[in-house]
Design a binder for this molecule. Structure first.
Ligand code: NAD
Ligand code: MG
Length: 395
């Protein structure tokens, strides 16, 4: 029996994870579910899944949830505050942590799970983007097991010869890999001409053609920043250089990414676009288990298209590639500026095409350093957020 904590249980990845776990009650028990503010949603989940602990970061929500659960005879104990996230991620009783908080807020609790040597299922790509060096060193030092949930990275992982930890001592080339082909759906505005992009709305940006996801990652998919963050994520996960990763637009989202070997073989991982596949894969790894995802109907799929990304219309991908090459705190600055800009777009404070403009300006203003410590990462993150917020204020 594996004991699981889900950080970010009230979100989209949280939902998919609970769906998979509920199909295997003989294999998994729940230690803790966490949410930022949505205590009602977390309450319903507690009644259904009976975790030992529920964390609501915001105090008033936690109090409401405790009363609500008590009135319903639930044995789940409620905790509050950011420290509680790290506690339930690192408790000795926990085997596996699903890191599914969105954004930089996930970094500290996910690192707590790493430092406690847990098996970490990483959906929270922003944590690795912000602090990749620190994060991957901590994984090695503390004997944690890091498994990618992002569908592309999970696909790459499946196409590699073994766990990157065991087979990539010599970098990608050491295992006969020539390059990684990172696929992108292109998002809802893939075919929009440049002049239409300035007036798109948050609703249009959040209506992704193939995936149903949280708001932030939906906007990131529409700007292609999601692919940029994933490029940086892939560099850390697979010991790759940015030039060993090629982004390929593949609108059907049936191939989730590919690995090309030096002999010319290209391995692809395919399946219906449903996050329960990578979640079940990582939960059961190195075994396999049922996820509830339907068979892929190749006849109905009929065709697979591929194209190069357009970084003129979608400059976020170029900005992220620049940050990947610059290294140091550049990815943390990129990520922080993006979080502020996306939030402002969702609140209708800025337009869609202001997002890359703000990020580029912030990247020009904040000096990049070598992040030797979590403090250095957090201070770059803070400075970039302040700069980006000031730019939003000008709109
Ligand atoms: P979501 O918005 O649906 O859920 C986010 C979760 O994080 C919620 O439980 C929320 O309560 C919690 N949260 C938000 N801010 C917080 C804070 N300050 N402190 C503590 N908790 C906080 O997001 P999602 O779509 O489930 O995505 C979660 C992560 O997984 C993101 O990093 C995203 O990039 C990644 N991811 C998601 C998908 C997907 O299909 N949804 C696919 C690949 C990767
Ligand atoms: Mg992805």
């Amino acid at each position: 029996m594996q004991s699981v904590t889900i950080l970010g249980a009230s979100g989209s990845i949280g939902d998919s994870t609970l769906n998979v776990l509920a199909q295997h009650p003989d294999r998994y028990s729940l230690y803790a579910l966490t949410a930022h503010t949505q205590w009602q949603k977390l309450g319903e989940l507690c009644l259904l899944h009976h975790p030992r602990y529920a964390v609501v970061v915001e105090e008033p929500g936690a109090e409401s949830l405790a009363l609500w659960l008590k009135a319903r005879g639930s044995a789940t104990q409620v905790l509050s505050g950011v420290e509680a996230l790290s506690e339930v991620a690192s408790a000795p009783e926990v085997d596996t942590v699903m890191a599914a908080i969105v954004g930089g807020a996930g970094l500290v609790p996910t690192l707590a799970a790493v430092r406690a040597g847990k098996k970490i299922l990483l959906a929270n790509k922003e944590a690795l983007v912000m602090a990749g060096g620190l994060f991957t060193r901590a994984v090695e030092e503390h004997g944690a097991t890091l498994l990618p949930i992002d569908s592309e990275h999970n696909a790459i992982f499946q196409c590699l010869p073994g766990h990157p930890r065991d087979c990539l001592g010599g970098g990608l080339a050491g295992s006969g890999v020539r390059k990684i082909l990172l696929t992108a759906s292109g998002g809802p505005f893939r075919d929009y001409p440049e002049e239409r992009l300035a007036s798109v709305t948050p609703e249009q940006a959040c209506a992704h053609p193939n995936w149903s996801m949280g708001q932030k990652i939906s906007v990131d998919s529409a700007t292609l920043m999601n692919k940029g963050l994933e490029l940086i994520e892939a560099c850390w996960l697979f010991h790759a250089r940015p030039d060993q990763i090629e982004v390929v637009v593949h609108p059907q989202s049936v191939i989730h990414s590919m690995v090309e070997y030096v002999d010319g073989s290209v391995l692809a991982q395919m399946g219906n676009p449903d996050m329960r596949t990578p979640i079940a894969h990582a939960l059961a790894w190195p075994e396999r288990m049922v996820s509830g995802v339907a068979s892929l109907d190749m006849i109905a799929t009929a065709r697979l298209d591929f194209a190069a990304p357009d970084t003129d219309r979608f400059p976020c991908l170029r900005l992220a590639a620049d940050a990947a090459r610059a290294g140091g705190t550049a990815p943390a600055v990129l990520n922080a500026a993006n979080e502020i800009a996306v939030e402002a777009f969702l609140r209708r404070r800025i337009g869609f095409t202001d997002i890359p403009r703000i990020i580029e300006t912030v990247m020009g203003r904040v000096a990049f350093t070598e992040p030797g410590s979590l403090d250095a990462v957090q201070s770059a993150d803070r400075e970039a957020r302040q700069q980006a917020s000031a730019l939003v204020e000008l709109h």
